[in-house]
Design a protein around this ligand. Structure first.
Ligand code: NAP
Length: 519
């Protein structure tokens, strides 16, 4: 960090210092032999240990069916860490210290006796806080969440009513596949845990730059007063991926881009960009505002959603010069599949601040660049003084929040081209996270796990948020039912999406501004 003066240094507000100290606890990972545990959870815990952010005392117990000893599980995790750690090489003395906290409990999620073994393991910990403060991480299929919560309740490990210590349940996406299933899942879980004990993960919210949307909006008066229909012409939110579905064809056939990306990540980013200022930084204040915003999104009735939503599917092409098969040729994908690998939406927010301002959201696979950004495009000047020299239109001002990669913020405005002639062209003012703060950005899971241990739910999704988002998505899906993709909805791998998505914006005189590579 590079403050301009000692006074600036004093003014750097360290929100972290306000966080309550994390209490000793035990983390139980269900799905301990799975991909998520090896790739994300254990590397995140290792880094938190390395940076001394975990409680003074803690234990991690892995739970799964495969036969393992404490020792063999640790050895597997050590190998996985060598591959997935964000810092390399792994620090061996730190690993050995970390590994003493890790043990394995073999069992089937449905088997009562396995929970007795888990409880016996917990009971063997001398420290009462390690037995009573329990974070249950459900890295398993959502269809198993309810059963695990019930078994934990039966075993006396999860207390819905006040008890010694605290117990929290962290659940992974997908949180349902439509409103009805999400509602059923929520009802099942809340039989055994209060809403305040349930932490629904959307790893997107753990990213520094997504959190920075709030900091940026509510700590800078110059932009916040422009953040409304008076100044903003429209907003574009793009989450583009270069990869195809690869080995996940089976999963994708059931999900599609709308469920996989829009229902959670894109609507969450939209909520943070457009919500009203919360009354405080408390989790419930922020989540109240997000829900209010999601509820103000104008409903898209199934019979007319086609005017505001475009889906697409990639066919074979070149991405980065490499041949990419079409979606229908991918493994475990039906040859006549109509599943969308791209979706673009034009949404309106029916509230005082945003009335009449289109919000364009798009996400897709096999696009030319993997990037996430929010572009706020301001209204054009009312009159162009330089029309004789530059034509009747100037490039409108735009503010881009780049969420990944090369996180940063840039402001595009017009400047005079040096010389005796009057020439105007767009220029960019650029703030880069890396340049300003150095390369350190913790993995999203590190932040989220720490927040869950601290009991701060700000970065987790509340029940009403999930259900409101599903309502929006369900209506769009109903509009697609029984309608095969048309030619205008296919796009070549390595292009920015189908022609129909261009037309969606063109009808309002807008064009997509594609994310650009940044060195
Ligand atoms: N992987 C990711 O990057 C990622 C990202 C976002 C969300 N998620 C979500 O996270 C969850 C886990 O994903 P994953 O990729 O880690 O899945 P995975 O590799 O298939 O692992 C599933 C885990 O569940 C355990 N399991 C399954 N049935 C069990 C049973 N009856 N009793 C005990 N353990 C059982 C398996 O262990 P055994 O076979 O040893 O029993 C395994 O450890 C899923 O909901 C997924 O959608 C994953």
């Amino acid at each position: 960090m590079n403050p301009e003066s000692p006074l600036d240094e004093l003014m750097i507000c360290r929100l972290d210092s306000a966080r309550k100290a994390v209490e000793p606890c035990t983390i139980v990972i269900f799905g301990a032999s799975g991909d998520l545990t090896a790739r994300k959870l254990i590397p995140a815990f290792y880094h938190l240990h390395l940076e001394k952010q975990l409680p003074a005392k803690y234990r991690i117990i892995g739970f799964a069916r495969r036969e393992k000893t404490d020792e063999s599980w640790r050895n597997e995790l050590r190998e996985a860490l060598a591959q997935f750690s964000r810092t390399k090489p792994v620090d061996d003395p730190v690993w050995r210290e970390f590994a003493t906290n890790i043990s394995y409990c073999r069992g089937d999620l449905t088997d009562t006796a396995a929970y007795d073994r888990l409880r016996a393991k917990l009971d063997s910990f001398g420290d009462a806080t390690l037995r009573q403060n329990l974070l249950f991480y459900l890295a398993t299929s959502p269809s198993q969440f309810g059963r695990v919560a019930e078994q934990l309740d039966n075993a006396g490990l999860l207390h819905r009513e006040a008890a010694a210590g605290w117990q929290r349940v962290v659940v992974e996406k997908p949180f349902g596949h439509d409103l009805a299933s999400a509602h059923a899942l929520n009802s099942e879980l809340t039989r055994f845990a209060h809403e305040q004990q349930i932490f629904r993960i959307d790893h997107y919210l753990g990213k520094e730059t997504v959190q920075n949307i709030l900091m940026f909006r509510f700590s800078n008066s110059i932009f916040e007063r422009l953040w409304n229909r008076e100044s903003v012409d429209h907003v574009q939110i793009t989450v583009s991926e270069k990869m195809g579905v690869g080995g996940r064809g089976g999963y994708y056939e059931e999900a599609g881009a709308l469920r996989d990306m829009v229902q959670n990540h894109l609507l969450q980013v939209l909520a943070l960009v457009a919500m009203e200022p919360p009354v405080s930084l408390e989790a419930e204040s922020i989540r109240d505002e997000k829900v209010k915003l999601l509820k103000s999104i104008r409903q898209l009735p199934p019979d007319s959603s086609a005017k505001q939503v475009v889906r697409g599917q990639y066919f074979a092409g070149l991405v980065d010069g490499q041949p990419q098969p079409g979606y229908r040729q991918e493994a475990k994908v039906k040859p006549e599949s109509n599943v969308e690998t791209y979706v673009a939406l034009k949404l309106f927010i029916d509230n005082w601040r945003w009335s009449g301002v289109p919000f364009y959201l798009r996400t897709g696979k096999c696009l030319p660049l993997g990037a996430s950004e929010v572009r706020v495009q301001f209204r054009p000047t009312p009159h162009v003084l330089f029309a004789a020299a530059c034509g009747p239109r100037l490039d409108p001002n735009a503010l881009t929040l780049r969420l990944q990669p090369n996180e940063g913020i840039y402001l595009r405005f017009n400047g005079k081209v040096p010389g005796t002639n009057i020439g105007v062209r767009p220029v960019r003012m650029h703030f880069s996270y890396d340049t300003e703060f150095g390369a350190y950005t913790p993995e999203a899971y590190e932040r989220l796990l720490l927040e869950a241990i601290a009991g701060d739910a700000t970065l987790f999704i509340r029940r009403d948020e999930v259900e409101t988002a599903w309502q929006i998505v369900d209506s769009i899906r109903q509009g697609w039912e029984g309608k095969p993709l048309t030619n205008r909805e296919f796009y070549g791998a390595g292009t920015w999406g189908p022609i129909a998505a261009e037309e969606l914006l063109a009808s309002s005189g807008h064009v997509w501004r594609d994310p650009q590579p940044i060195k």
